[in-house]
Design a protein around this ligand. Sequence first.
Ligand code: ADP
Length: 702
Amino acid sequence: MKKPGKDRRLRRRFIAVFLAAVMLPSLIMAYLGLRYIKQEEQWQEQLVVSNLKVTLSNAVHKIEEDVHQAVLQVFDSLTYETSLPTSIVPQQLHKFLTEHTFFKELFVMDNKGRLLFPRSFRLQKASGQIVMSSTLNKQRLIRGEESEARGKYNDAIDEYQTGLGDCTYTQEKLAFRIRIARCRYKTGDLAGAQHNYQLVLDEDANQFLGEELPYQFIASFQLAQIFDQLGQHSKAFHIIAQLYSNMLAEFQRFEQKQFNYYLSKIRNELQKHLQYAGTVAPALLDSLIQVEEVFLQEPKHYSFLQVSVIPSIETALRAKLGHNSVRYILIEHSDNLIQVAFREFGNTIQGIRTIGIILKRSYLSDLVIKLLHRIDVGENLRIILLDDEKTIMKPGETKIIPIVEEPLHLLEGTMDGYRLALMGTRETSIEEFTSRAVIPYYALILVITVVIALGVIFIFHDISREQELARMKSDFISNVTHEIKTPITTIRSLAENVKEGWVTSIDKQQDYFRLIARESERLGHLVENTLDFSRIESGSKRYRMEDSSTQEVIEKTVDRFRNLTEGQQVEISCNISKNLAPIRMDVEALGQALLNLFDNAVKYSKERKIIMLIAEVEGDHLKIAVSDQGIGIDRKDIPRIFEKFYRSESNTKKNITGSGIGLTIVKEIVEAHNGRIEVVSERNKGSTFTIYIPIKREEAHV
Ligand code: ADP
């Protein structure tokens, strides 16, 4: 019998225990867990920030080092270029500048503070004043010129010659020398003139000294004229070509207009001589013109180098002399600060030179951005350069907020104000980074919650099952008792009737004894079933397998069943195939299983109790089907009817007694024979239980 009140009480108690023992601690645990995760999130945030700071600071060091190395490299390669002879330096440096992109301006100065590169013109025209060592010499020059004007060339030569003997300064000497040469020429002494003009060239030593015109210029043109007169055109060409080359090399000594004027005169002269000057002349002229073209590309008026840079570097050099180390100075120039990196180097032939590069922030930032590409800061992160106004140095990315940043100290302050920053590749905030780190904790909480939930469901399910089983067990006991009681009561009353002598006729007594025997048989069957079940439950049921005739078992069982149902309206029809071979079985067990099926067929039949048995071979199996035309089984009950104690609810309504172990025993016996049982049933039409037992000899459970 069901006891819903007790069930409910049990359930309530269980819920109370469950809440107190499981839910409350779980909730407390979850709360503590979440608090811990929040705290962990904060720690993670600090950890992430400090890790990022370390990454960034490494990157900053690397960039600083790389930029420094890039500058050093420039100086190392420049040292070679600039140690070349002065005339080659410009060409090499032009090439060098096009190959390097992070700076665009460089200069080389010699130890006298003169710029070798870029070359620049003298800002003012030379005065043309001859500095004389004595007034006497001055007078000699004037007197010589007066004699020359009057056509007295030899007198003039004498005056000049005496003056020459008293000379101190080169320019003074050259002034007398060139006048002597001129007079010699005028007297027709070509050899003397040639000799003196040559001496002028030698003594001038490319200083381009002079009065109205440089002496070298006059001497070269005069010499060319003499060579022409002597028919030595090639010599004439070469002397002018030499002048051209010297002027290109020493252009700083000229004022630009003056220089251009001289150069055009020289080129005209060379063109005039070209056809008489021999085969090498055109090539020589071409190469000189090329040099001139390169030279014209140079920034010519580098006044800020002359005015600001060179003097500052000279001061710095005086303060500390050191070859081979790169130094930096900041120079103020028209409200701008210019950072200059320079290094002194020297060799025995060219003397000490200083070479410098102008570092501009924009060039350097380009270099830094290029170097940043090589730095790996990890997945989802990017490193960027911020300028002093905090704008990002790459267009189109202004929205992204840097996570950490650090100032960049480059080349002694050149990039002050610039900083490197780390940020996410997308619009990632620091929270996103840290939340990623605590995901495993959340996952753990989730897993724990799911496990607890599953556990609760499982326990509920289990408890419900246990409760149902307990209920079914108690129903079973009362049902069995009830079932046993019925035949006992019948036997007792029949026996008493005979004992009291109320049944006198022999026939009647025989009837009574038969009834007693039938009820005893039924009682026996009930007890057998119950004992069998108990053996099955305890695992102690044994089978005695032997080769037996199926037909015999069926017929014996049908006979026994007929006995049991004597007096009831039961129709049994058997259709047993003739060719059933003996199979290995426990005769008693199988008989009992069949009896249980017959029993149910009668019990669950309506008024007419018609049972049909078919036994035949189907494939490898012996098939025994027991059908009735009874009430059938609810579809929902079918999966459960073989469970122990299970009885369909409709039985109670219809007052059909039973203990719920009959089919459990049948199934167990069939399975002990390696067989299976199937059921097909339709409500109100009847049911068919079919047993399949393998015919082949197989090991059965013993
Ligand atoms: P019971 O003692 O209740 O008959 P069983 O284990 O023999 O126990 O059967 C389990 C349940 O299966 C029965 O309560 C009944 O609902 C159903 N059942 C068994 N055999 C039949 C049948 N032939 N027709 C209808 N219902 C049946």
